[in-house]
Write a protein that binds this ligand. Structure first.
Ligand SMILES: Nc1ncnc2c1ncn2[C@@H]1O[C@H](COP(=O)(O)OP(=O)(O)OP(=O)(O)O)[C@@H](O)[C@H]1O
Ligand SMILES: [Mg+2]
Length: 414
């Protein structure tokens, strides 16, 4: 029996654009796109100079000091670290100094064994020829053999280094010569946007990772405007994007914390919205919609996966912040939480547990919970919402445990 008698050539035809598109090359606004030339990277001159000064040693065949790179999300850390090491390899090879840089994203490669296996593969450029058993030691032995065979300078970039299961692994690499495993040091570039990470590191690891530091500061609205203008020229056809639209995208993302990735997202989504409406220009209205859509998508994703008790805690935060214009503190949220939990017939957690859940929500970026001076209130924090209640409420309402009934409580108090 012929199961599929569909005409396969027609399945996707409805996705064909019906009108002339606004984009010339939308890919330059997508996640993971990095400019390939320094001229296309405005407002990072100071950081570029710092990198050059530190890595320049390699041009005299000396292993550069380890570099610790930190700064908030979307400030260009990954982009610049990759581009500058690539450029170094290129220029060094012209004077016959092999410089190899191995990039590891610790978000995806987390365990000691995975890291070393990945490094071995990157050093060799060939998966198939790696021998070695299954143990960590055997992979490490292979690594030592490989770097001793490699007559050049090895740079290892640990991006999102805070995600490593065992951050002290860095020590193994940075003390590889000291411990007699190799004749030469390797250069480590560790990148993170978690500023607490370093403070919590073991002092030995901290001192080896932070031999030198480069801090990436957030962009202000004007700088984001310059970055966007550059990218918009490549992404859109001529006359589609006005300067006021760029300025608005920049202003929105500067409010967030100077995140260039966010700015790029808003610009791309604005263009997509304008295009889907058949408009021939992107306007302020599209930008505002784009911003709301991005916020909603982000919140939907985060809130959708929260465990039940955390949802109740968040609902209590929302209710409290909507009830009053005064600062909302943990104790107030807890009272509302108790009321909600009892009504819904779920376990009522202790204030201590709810305070922990508040911290989790803060880490997820749904709320901001600022610590107030300790003293007699203990761990009291001041809570504010990071998203529009109009976006958050329907998401909580949808969850099985919080029905209309509970939100009536909110209406009553408004
Ligand atoms: N000065 C700049 N000029 C051009 N594009 C930039 C600039 N700074 C950042 N970008 C762009 O912003 C996006 C985010 O940059 P990148 O991935 O390097 O951020 P990051 O600092 O590594 O953030 P995270 O901490 O979240 O990993 C990329 O698309 C990058 O191309
Ligand atoms: Mg990054």
């Amino acid at each position: 029996v012929k199961e599929n008698n569909m005409d396969n050539t027609k399945v996707f035809s409805k996705f064909k654009t019906k009108h002339v598109g606004l984009f010339k090359d939308i890919a330059v606004l997508s996640k993971g796109y990095y400019p390939s030339k320094f001229e296309e990277i405005p407002h990072r001159n100071r950081e570029i100079e710092q990198f050059k000064a530190l890595l320049g040693k390699a041009m005299r065949n000396n292993v550069p000091d380890n570099i610790f790179v930190y700064g908030k999300t979307g400030t260009g850390k990954t982009m610049l670290s990759r581009l500058i090491t690539k450029q170094l390899s290129l220029e060094a090879s012209e004077i016959n100094i092999p410089v190899k840089s191995c990039y590891i994203n610790c978000e995806t490669v987390r365990s000691d064994t995975e890291v070393i296996k990945t490094l071995n593969r990157l050093i060799l450029d060939d998966e198939s020829s790696i021998k070695g058993g299954v143990s960590l030691t055997s992979h490490f032995n292979v690594f030592c053999r490989l770097i001793n065979l490699f007559k050049g300078i090895l740079i290892i970039i640990f991006d999102e280094v805070d995600k490593l299961k065992n951050p002290d692994l860095i020590n193994v690499f940075s003390r590889i010569k000291e411990n007699g495993y190799s004749e030469k040091n390797v250069c480590i570039i560790g990148i993170t946007n978690d500023l607490n990470f370093v403070n919590n590191l073991n002092p030995r690891t901290k001192s080896s990772l932070a031999q030198s530091e480069i801090v990436f500061y957030p962009y202000d609205a004007l700088q984001l405007g310059d970055i966007l203008r550059f990218r918009a020229k490549q992404a859109f056809k001529e006359g589609i994007i006005g300067d006021a639209v760029i300025a608005l995208c920049a202003a929105y993302s500067a409010q967030e914390h100077g995140d260039a990735r966010k700015a790029m997202d808003i610009l791309r989504v604005s263009g997509e919205i304008a295009e889907s409406r058949g408009c021939n220009r992107v306007t302020d209205i599209h930008v505002k919609e784009a911003r709301n859509r991005i916020e909603r998508d982000k919140m939907t994703e985060v809130i959708g996966t929260l465990p039940m008790q955390t949802k109740f805690t968040l609902a209590s935060c929302v209710i409290e912040t909507m009830k009053t214009t005064k600062p909302v503190i943990t104790g107030m949220v807890y009272l509302t939480y108790k009321e909600l939990a009892k009504k819904a017939g779920i376990d009522v957690l202790t204030q201590r547990r709810v305070t922990d859940l508040i911290s989790e929500l803060d880490m997820l970026g749904v709320i901001t919970a600022k610590s107030l001076s300790k003293g007699k209130y203990g761990r009291t924090r001041q809570i504010s919402l990071n998203a529009d209640p109009e976006v958050v409420v329907p998401l909580l309402e949808d969850s099985t445990y919080l029905s209309r009934y509970d939100w009536n409580l909110l209406n009553r108090t408004l």
